[in-house]
Ligand binder design. Structure first.
Ligand SMILES: [Zn+2]
Length: 340
């Protein structure tokens, strides 16, 4: 565990919560089954236990729906369409950040892993959309969304979205609720954990177990018996968007990292586009220095208070380096601003 520098398995500060989540106030659903399946009872918990096992996955993607199928993200109990596959917390094979918090449910974890609504605003989307103006990007440091979901749950933490290696988006929490992923950014932000084993100084590291060198450069190790079988799309066959590791300094530390996958960039762009539509204060830009280049340090509290847009975890907290030097911020900005 000493090698883990960021992501799902590190603790974040929690916020106090007001009350247990009830059925959402806004039942104006475009996708009818949603409201009925919000934080439920034993049935949900049982489904969650089943879905924790990759072999039990019965996600729609596993049944041959095209990889770039349309999905939706849930905000205030309403569904907003995006051009990427999304598995919600109430879907078969989904990951449920509400599950730890319901005292009616069996199991040891009975405290909330999130805060219902936004501090002082509650859960009404019309109010929350005037507050949320940050989208915080993490890598999960465990490499797979299924592992990330378990790790977050075990630590009593949460995140709204996870983007797996194959581009599958998992939504674990309605964006009107406050996820616990980035300390003082939580109340204003939506968070995403992107599946990636991480960034490391040169030398032996977990990257050696996750990537192989093919004739076209670095590839994910997707041989039979590998991580591929834990993805929603078992036919997934690609690897990093760029053939070589990308290096760079974050907080002054020299790090190397293979790029994220093209499927992850496409899904992140679709997700960002959706969030830009839902949250009018959010901007498709990242923290820049005076020359307009990406900042690779933490924002002062004043800079943080005045910033609106896309943030890395490293911009929020001095001891975090995710999403790492390989993350292509310009690609995300460019693609998230492309019309659908
Ligand atoms: Zn992080």
């Amino acid at each position: 565990m000493a090698l883990v520098l960021a992501g799902c398995i590190e603790p974040e500060s929690r916020s106090p919560y007001e009350s247990l989540l009830a059925v959402p106030a806004d039942r104006d659903m475009r996708e009818a089954p949603l409201a009925d399946r919000l934080p439920g009872g034993r049935e949900d918990a049982e489904r969650r236990r089943r879905s924790a096992s990759p072999s039990a996955s019965n996600s729609p993607l596993a049944k041959g729906i095209p990889d770039r199928a349309k999905g939706s993200i849930v905000a205030g109990g309403r569904a907003f369409g995006i051009d990427a596959p999304v598995i919600h917390w109430f879907d078969p094979g989904g990951f449920d950040a509400y599950a730890g918090g319901n005292p009616e449910r069996p199991g040891p974890a009975r405290s909330l892993h999130y805060e219902p609504g936004r501090p002082g605003l509650g859960r009404q989307l019309e109010k929350v959309r005037e507050r949320v103006d940050l989208f915080v990007l993490h890598y999960d440091a465990v490499g797979l969304s299924s592992t990330c979901a378990s790790a977050l749950n075990n630590r009593g933490l949460s995140v709204h979205f996870m983007v797996d290696l194959d581009g599958t988006i998992y939504q674990a929490l309605d964006v009107v609720d406050t996820a616990w992923h980035a300390r003082h950014a939580n109340s204003r932000s939506v968070g995403v954990e992107i599946a990636h084993i991480g960034a490391y100084p040169p030398g032996p590291s977990p990257l050696d177990d996750w990537y192989v060198r093919g004739k076209d450069g670095l590839q994910l190790d997707l041989r039979p018996g590998s991580v591929r079988e834990q993805l929603s799309n078992p036919r997934y066959r690609t690897g990093p968007a760029r053939p070589s590791k990308v290096s760079g300094r974050i907080h002054g530390r020299y790090l190397e990292q293979p790029d994220f996958t093209p499927e992850q960039y496409a899904s992140l762009a679709a997700l960002t586009r959706g969030l830009l539509e839902i949250f009018p204060r959010l901007r498709a830009d990242y923290p820049r220095d005076r020359s307009g280049r990406l900042r690779r340090d933490v924002l002062s509290r004043r800079e943080f208070d005045n910033f609106r847009g896309l943030l890395g975890h490293w911009h929020v907290t001095e001891d975090k380096i995710d999403p790492g030097p390989a993350f292509d911020w310009d690609r995300l900005v460019r693609e998230s601003l492309q019309p659908r």
